[in-house]
Design a protein around this ligand. Structure first.
Ligand code: NAD
Length: 341
């Protein structure tokens, strides 16, 4: 696998990319890496769950442009575009449970617009799908051939079904309009620039541990997650973009940890005196999560390189430097319930 991304499959040049959700956690890392590889980037974001501060380091870069727009409205990007990376969507359970209709709209109408942009420009299109399309899985680990176990009328259905619809729409554009599409199913990813109160396990635990507050584990913490450091994910996504593969393709770290283990490791990595507090488990919270990454390894030669202790140490360092942990609360002023991930 090459680290340079000057061409797409078929020797098509990659000069200019559009990243929807470019001011979010993953989008900002993708913009940064694309610029490092010399690709011009236009980021589109409405700052609903993202923040221009995430790409502030690119503000003076003439090869980078951040446009404030909502992709559920008409999208217009002047000039050539070679690649559209569609990442706009609330992603944490706290966000999508608070924004259910927007989540469905950005997955449906927003995806339709992003696909329309790729069609208009003759660009390759890659959508950020999710391990949530597998729901609370009955097959473990989850290969791409598994169709999932999703409750469409449960609270998480707004996200899971939006992504499942987005995958179907992507395939329809591929088959009907010949758009060169790819679907990546992202498993839990962590690293710098996660919001300390976004409700996902790792940032919540790190913030709580650094603040010396109880670390809130949902249920008995026996449920598992497989967590991927963000640089590994970005490398896999750009390799998929560069390949001609359509996916769906799982990208995630297959190393599986119980949520209780994650909490204990965070307390140790932060040197915290925090205790663990067990809280209620959210509805439809998946019991297990682990990607089968055989396809990514075979097609892209991809495998994660940053192990959990190293990724955690880098994340803790970033939180210590960048985050006011004592001031980070959700809007209610309460510590966010770290269950819903
Ligand atoms: P994030 O919330 O940090 O980023 C999402 C970005 O999209 C934000 O900047 C937000 O402001 C923007 N956005 C939302 N609605 C928009 C709209 N209508 N128009 C323009 N911008 C809009 O989340 P993230 O973790 O960076 O996730 C990015 C993508 O990756 C999402 O599509 C998510 O479903 C997917 N994903 C992430 C993970 C993960 O572990 N982080 C796992 C699976 C899938």
């Amino acid at each position: 696998m090459t680290d340079s991304l000057q061409t797409l499959a078929g020797s098509r040049p990659l000069r200019r990319a559009v990243v929807t959700g470019g001011a979010g956690f993953l989008g900002s890392h993708l913009c940064t890496e694309l610029r490092r590889r010399g690709v011009e980037v236009v980021a589109l974001d409405n700052f609903l769950t993202g923040n221009p501060a995430n790409v502030a380091h690119l503000a003076d870069d003439p090869g980078f442009r951040l446009i404030h727009c909502d992709v559920t409205d008409y999208i217009h990007v002047p000039g050539d575009v070679d690649l559209v990376l569609h990442f706009a969507s609330p992603a944490s359970p706290v966000d999508y449970l608070k924004l259910p209709i927007h989540t469905l709209k950005v997955g449906s109408i927003g995806t339709n617009h992003a696909l329309g942009l790729a069609k208009e420009k003759g660009a390759r299109f890659l959508i950020a799908s999710t391990s949530e399309v597998y729901g609370d899985p009955q097959v473990h680990p989850q290969p791409e051939t598994y169709w999932g176990h999703v409750n469409p009328v449960g609270p998480r259905g707004v996200y899971d079904e939006a992504k499942r619809y987005a995958e179907a729409l992507t395939m329809a554009y591929r088959q009907t309009h010949g758009v060169d599409t790819a679907i990546v199913r992202i498993f839990n990813t962590f690293g710098p620039r996660m919001r300390p109160s976004d409700g996902r396990a790792i940032p919540t635990f790190v913030r709580q541990a650094l603040a010396g507050e109880p670390v809130t584990v949902a249920g008995d913490g026996a449920q598992t997650r497989s967590v991927c450091y963000v640089s590994d994910l970005v490398r896999g996504i750009l390799a998929l973009a560069e390949s001609g593969h359509s996916g769906p393709m799982n990208i995630g770290n297959p190393h599986e940890l119980s949520v209780l283990q994650i909490a204990r490791d965070v307390i140790e990595a932060t040197g915290s005196v925090s205790e663990i507090r067990f809280v209620g488990r959210p509805v439809d919270d998946p019991m297990v999560r682990r990607p089968d990454t055989t396809l990514a390894t075979e097609v892209l030669g991809w495998a994660p390189e940053v192990d959990w202790p190293e990724g955690l140490a880098r994340t803790v360092d970033w939180f210590r430097e960048a985050v006011d942990v004592a001031g980070a609360r959700d809007e209610t002023g309460n510590t966010v319930d770290a269950g819903a991930r």
